[in-house]
Design a binder for this molecule. Structure first.
Ligand SMILES: Nc1ncnc2c1ncn2[C@@H]1O[C@H](COP(=O)(O)OP(=O)(O)OP(=O)(O)O)[C@@H](O)[C@H]1O
Length: 225
């Protein structure tokens, strides 16, 4: 699907990740782990730029429009599928078909709030689910998420991860939850000290392996003990 060969990633003259060599295959669920500020988002955004035509991105910033409704924020994910006139008309008077589709997605995401409600009135976890709904509405084969479940309770996060995996053959997620990554992803990439320090099948890894490369959270450490 995509190969990076000796790629330096960063901003202006500053290199954040040097000489990245990674290949991403279709139909793979990949988790990217590592300490805060190490360059996980930088890598994910680079991957998105390379694969944007087949990818929906659920970024940390989410990019929701506070003054618009849940419905319209989700519909934004499908703008490219329709003409400008269809989109404009739908903005003024939402059509039945996308309404039913978006309502169905929101129900799957356990977002039981009227679709007309403004996003500015939602909790952090509800906002995160609107961002996930917009990603699902894009109907792309590749899902990329930057901590897409961080505002949800762990059980709901797991349910929604399974939903995302069912809807997208390829999933690449930046995560802080090492246990979630080990148990529910095929492959784990760890970034530390400005480079990729681990890239292996999840089934061959444990929390102890990961903790050799970066400090895990207290909860994860307890499991190691
Ligand atoms: N737009 C930008 N311009 C310049 N530097 C940036 C920009 N975005 C991020 N950085 C810097 O790049 C480095 C890596 O940031 P990045 O967001 O990729 O890390 P991260 O591993 O995703 O962090 P976190 O886990 O805290 O989200 C940080 O030092 C950050 O300050």
């Amino acid at each position: 699907m995509l190969s990076l060969v000796d790629v330096d990633l960063g901003y202006n003259q500053q290199i954040i990740l040097s000489k990245v060599n990674l290949s991403f295959n279709a139909n793979e669920h990949v988790a990217i782990l590592g300490p805060s500020g190490v360059g996980k988002t930088t890598l994910l955004h680079h991957l998105y730029q390379q694969l944007s035509e087949q990818t929906c991105l659920c970024s940390q910033a989410q990019g929701l429009v506070d003054n618009l409704s849940i419905y319209h924020n989700v519909f934004i994910g499908g703008l490219a599928r329709h003409s400008r006139w269809y989109n404009l008309a739908n903005l003024l008077l939402p059509f039945k078909k996308p309404q039913l589709h978006i309502s169905d997605i929101c129900q799957q995401l356990e977002l039981v709030v009227p679709l007309q409600q403004k996003v500015s009135e939602l909790s952090g976890g509800q906002r995160q689910r609107v961002a996930l709904a917009r990603a699902l509405f894009q109907q792309q084969p590749v899902f990329m998420g930057d901590e897409p479940f961080s505002a949800l309770d762990p059980l709901m996060g797991l349910r929604l991860l399974n939903l995302i995996k069912q809807a997208h053959p390829s999933v690449i997620c930046v995560l802080h939850d090492a246990e979630l990554a080990l148990a529910h992803f095929d492959r784990i990439i760890v970034i530390s000290d400005g480079k990729v320090v681990l890239d292996d099948k999840a089934e061959q890894l444990t929390l102890a392996h990961l903790s050799q490369h970066y400090a895990l959270t207290d909860a994860a450490k307890n499991v190691v003990i």
